[in-house]
Design a protein around this ligand. Structure first.
Ligand SMILES: Nc1nc2c(c(=O)[nH]1)N[C@H]1C(S)=C(S)[C@@H](COP(=O)(O)OP(=O)(O)OC[C@H]3O[C@@H](n4cnc5c(=O)[nH]c(N)nc54)[C@H](O)[C@@H]3O)O[C@H]1N2
Ligand SMILES: Nc1nc2c(c(=O)[nH]1)N[C@H]1C(S)=C(S)[C@@H](COP(=O)(O)OP(=O)(O)OC[C@H]3O[C@@H](n4cnc5c(=O)[nH]c(N)nc54)[C@H](O)[C@@H]3O)O[C@H]1N2
Ligand code: SF4
Ligand SMILES: [Mo]
Length: 809
């Protein structure tokens, strides 16, 4: 039995966390130190094991207490470098997500409009048959919440097996612009720095993100420094006040797309005042700009003079006009960057990625750091935060995007395809040379009649809920209704807005009901073991993919065989006998994750993203790649990439080396991009800005967190945040239900004035966690030309009183 004292402690820690949250008046994130459990000894039927938290990209580790086959306790993991024993409210409650009353436990097939229980054999056969009959019209929509082996299996199945590149993850909606920003700047994806930057910076600039609610434990790493007497200046740049603003020294309120003008303004001043870091720029950087005709991700080289010329017009006054941030504040930012004696870390997330200039603004902020030399020393870093627990690990590193291959390889490059075919031992030319459809296009083609160009007819969705999270749902999802020849297969753990339109529902095992690996925001790869059984007939997503592949193999699909005639997912025992991992009761006869990971690991050495052997991750609380073997046989992780003092791939004697430079000279690119206005701006008809986002207590569509009573009680419904003056002008009262209307759709919501977040006049904000109030009927699907990531952060709406009076800004 678990010792009562400890159980009570855990309970009260969770309650305290939830309690202070319910009160709703705290200004800092709810984080509880886990003082009660120091050594967590096993015993009396209770055993503890490590796992990364199921939720955000911070990548905290928890200790999971299991008793009688159930998760009974969760504790922060003191041995974890990321969180050092701390968790936020979602982390403390993560165990409960397994035990919602309505878990899916049996495959369900829609027959004559009604969902009917079927056996797994039948489900797998239906899927395999549809794919066999029309492999090129099949699409796989995945997730940054896939484990690394799940994503890798899906990737190999599609691109290696089916010669079909129509695989894309929800991370297209999330991290795609960060990826293109890194590629354009450094020629290789993912941040150079790590969380240690947050311990060492003097100034932290937040470019339109809200880490107090979205990366709470990470943010507490900074705010805790103040309680230790250290000084760190937090500058919050945003389009609305949030809980992060409460902890900030400066709040710069900008207009949507103001970030582009601000970054150009800082660079302008650094050049104008001649106080940029000349030595750093001369040694390590080139200047780059867009081609005049058709801009590409690699752009074209420009001279420093040309850069000066183009940026000259972004004076503080002009920037004030474009961004709404006073000219003096732009000067203040430029002066900070001009000071080489301080360390500056920038953080950003969806404000900069969900942006039709997403690639541009990502490159520009990297450029600010490069031009000023605030790069590559601990505390000096431009760092993009990931949202999902494995958007880095599974999407960016495994390359599950429609144009990518594992390990930083791309479909468009024949050499990359060839290498990849070699690693997979599949026939030459197996990988289709045409990139697949990105998310928005994939859904456009799925929800359009076949005759009108809707050439995706079968879609498999795993670990994501597009029926709630795609932009402009009426155009991209709801139109599936009534299309008889379209077949939607959804693997989930609970009924969702997506399963509502599914033709076949697959019940999934989740989190510690299966083995897994995630890769967090700071290049840290994490591993955990299955600890409890999934309920009923729920099964691993990775198993589903392998079982479908095996059925196709048995049906004679040539792509499911490698060059030696073996099944592409064959796992053999020590005697060379194949283990039938496609039979679920044999799936755990071996560690499938380990087999897939060791195969995937080969790819990671192609672009200096080296991973260690699986067993190293079993021992560690995650390791940050590149992880390189040392002479004594140990494995060393890397904290600061491209910096000579820490990165093993920097050439001997070099201070910095951008070894994947797009200009092949070891240099990073400082970009110039012209400011462009947002894709839709308020006008007479739709006079207000709508911004959408998240809240502390809920994970995305709320499928998991809304089933946890303490979290749901604390945040029971979506709402629309409004400015008092806007509400007064329209005679709208606190709590009154209004309709938010755009050119695309409507959504009814209660009004929250002076709520948790406070938008300026003319702006409203709505969180998207509430399935009963779908704000994505209203949002816009316009996307960045390079990353194809849509902009959920701004569109034009009107707020209509139920009695139909219009609110103007
Ligand atoms: N509690 C909780 N935490 C989460 C998640 C969750 O669902 N719940 N989800 C995770 C995921 S996947 C993600 S992607 C992250 C998201 O984390 P964040 O990006 O921090 O959060 P959001 O609420 O999506 O973003 C809202 C912010 O966008 C900014 N913004 C609006 N327009 C602009 C603009 O034009 N430019 C700039 N620069 N900023 C603008 C606004 O200032 C606003 O505060 O959170 C992760 N963490
Ligand atoms: N309006 C608006 N919309 C947005 C955004 C925004 O800022 N504003 N942000 C976008 C961003 S950044 C993101 S990341 C997306 C997130 O969007 P989604 O990924 O669609 O949202 P989630 O709720 O995380 O969906 C995960 C689903 O997987 C299920 N699940 C949990 N564990 C498992 C498992 O192990 N196996 C299976 N098969 N299923 C499982 C959950 O029940 C849930 O239904 O939303 C995007 N949409
Ligand atoms: S900060 Fe993120 S990873 Fe850490 S406990 Fe909270 S939700 Fe989990
Ligand atoms: Mo995200």
């Amino acid at each position: 039995m678990m010792d009562t004292k400890r159980r009570n402690f855990l309970k009260s820690a969770a309650m305290a966390a939830a309690g202070s949250m319910v009160a709703g008046n705290m200004s800092l994130p709810v984080v509880q130190a886990d003082q009660g459990v120091s050594d967590l000894p096993d015993g009396d039927g209770l055993s503890w094991n490590k796992a990364p938290c199921r939720f955000c990209g911070t990548g905290c580790h928890v200790q999971v207490g299991v008793e009688d086959g159930r998760v009974v306790a969760i504790a922060g993991d003191k041995a974890a470098d990321v969180n050092k024993g701390l968790l936020c409210v979602k982390g403390y409650h993560v165990g409960g997500i397994l035990y919602g009353k309505d878990r899916l436990t049996q495959p369900l097939l829609r027959k004559d409009g009604r969902l009917t229980e079927i056996e797994w054999d039948e489900a797998i056969e239906i899927i395999a048959k549809r794919i066999f009959d029309s492999p090129e019209t099949f699409a796989f929509y995945g997730s940054g919440q896939w484990t690394i082996p799940e994503g890798y299996a899906a990737q190999k199945f599609m691109k290696g097996g089916l010669s079909n590149n129509h695989i894309d993850p929800n991370a297209r909606l999330c991290m795609a612009s960060a990826v293109t920003g890194f590629l354009a700047t450094y020629g290789v994806d993912e941040p150079a720095g790590c969380y240690q930057d947050l311990d060492e910076c003097d100034v932290l600039i937040l470019w339109g993100n809200n880490p107090a609610e979205m990366h709470p434990v990470l943010f507490s790493r900074v705010t805790d420094r103040r309680s230790r007497g250290e000084t760190v200046r937090i500058i919050d740049i945003g389009t609305r006040r949030t809980r992060t603003t409460d902890a900030a020294n400066d709040y710069l309120e900008m207009k949507p797309h103001g970030d582009v003008a601000i970054s150009l303004g800082i660079m302008h001043l650094l050049i104008e005042n001649d106080n940029y870091d000349k030595s750093f720029v001369e040694k390590h950087c080139n200047f780059r700009g867009d081609e005049a005709d058709t801009p590409t991700l690699s752009g074209e080289p420009i001279s420093e003079d040309e850069f000066r010329k183009r940026i000259a017009k972004y004076t503080p006054e002009r920037v004030e006009e474009l961004s709404g941030v006073p000219a003096d504040e732009i000067r203040m930012l430029a002066d900070l960057f001009a000071d080489r004696d301080i360390r500056i870390t920038s953080l950003w997330c969806m404000g900069m990625n969900q942006h039709t200039m997403g690639t541009a603004i990502n490159s520009l902020v990297h450029g600010v750091h490069l031009l000023s030399g605030h790069f590559g020393r601990p505390g000096d870093a431009p760092t993009s935060l990931t949202g999902q627990p494995s958007a880095c690990g599974t999407v960016r590193e495994v390359g599950t995007l429609s144009h990518a291959l594992p390990g930083g390889r791309v479909i468009a490059n024949p050499e990359h395809r060839e290498q990849c075919e070699g690693f997979w031992n599949v026939r030459d030319g197996s990988i289709n040379e045409v990139p697949g459809y990105h998310t928005v296009e994939m859904f456009e083609r799925f929800t359009k009649p076949t005759a009108e160009g809707g050439d995706i007819t079968t879609m498999l969705v795993q670990v994501t809920n597009p029926g709630q999270t795609l932009p402009n749902l009426n155009a991209l999802f709801n139109d599936k209704k009534g299309l008889e020849d379209k077949f939607l297969i959804v693997s989930d753990v609970y009924p969702t807005a997506t399963t509502a339109l599914a033709d076949l529902i697959l019940p999934a095992a989740m989190w510690v009901e299966k083995n897994g690996m995630f890769g967090n925001s700071e290049r840290r790869t994490q591993q955990w073991f299955k600890m409890v059984d999934p309920p009923g007939e729920a099964r691993d997503d990775c198993w589903m993919t392998i079982a479908i592949a095996r059925k196709l193999f048995e049906m004679g699909h040539e792509g499911m065989k490698d060059k030696d005639g073996d099944f592409i997912f064959a796992v053999k025992d020590d005697d060379g006998q194949e283990i039938p991992i496609w039979e679920f009761d044999r799936y755990y006869d071996t560690n499938v994750d380990k087999h897939l990971f060791e195969e995937y690991r080969l790819f990671t050495r192609m672009k200096h993203k080296n991973l260690a052997p699986y067993e190293e991750y079993v021992k560690a609380r995650g390791l940050r790649w590149p992880v390189v073997e040392q002479e004594d046989g140990s494995w060393r992780e890397t904290r600061f990439r491209f910096s000579g003092f820490d990165d093993p791939f920097v050439e001997e004697g070099q201070e910095f080396d951008f070894y994947h430079s797009t200009s092949n000279d070891g240099r990073a690119q400082i970009w110039f991009h012209e400011y462009q206005p947002p894709p839709e701006v308020p006008d007479d008809e739709y006079p207000m800005w709508l911004c959408t986002g998240r809240v502390l207590e809920h994970w995305h569509t709320g499928t998991m967190t809304r089933r946890l009573a303490p979290l749901n009680r604390a945040m029971p419904t979506a709402y629309v945040e409004m400015h008092l003056e806007d509400a007064k002008a329209a005679n709208i009262r606190q709590g009154e239900v209004v309709t938010i209307e755009s050119r695309r759709g409507v959504c009814d919501l209660p009004v929250w004035i002076d709520g948790r977040g406070r938008p300026p006049r003319g702006t409203v904000f709505v969180p998207f966690f509430d399935e009963s109030k779908l704000i994505n009927n209203v949002t816009l699907e316009a996307y960045d030309p390079f990353s194809k990531q849509p902009d959920y952060k701004k569109c034009a709406v009107r707020v209509v009183k139920k009695s139909a009076a219009k609110v103007s800004s």
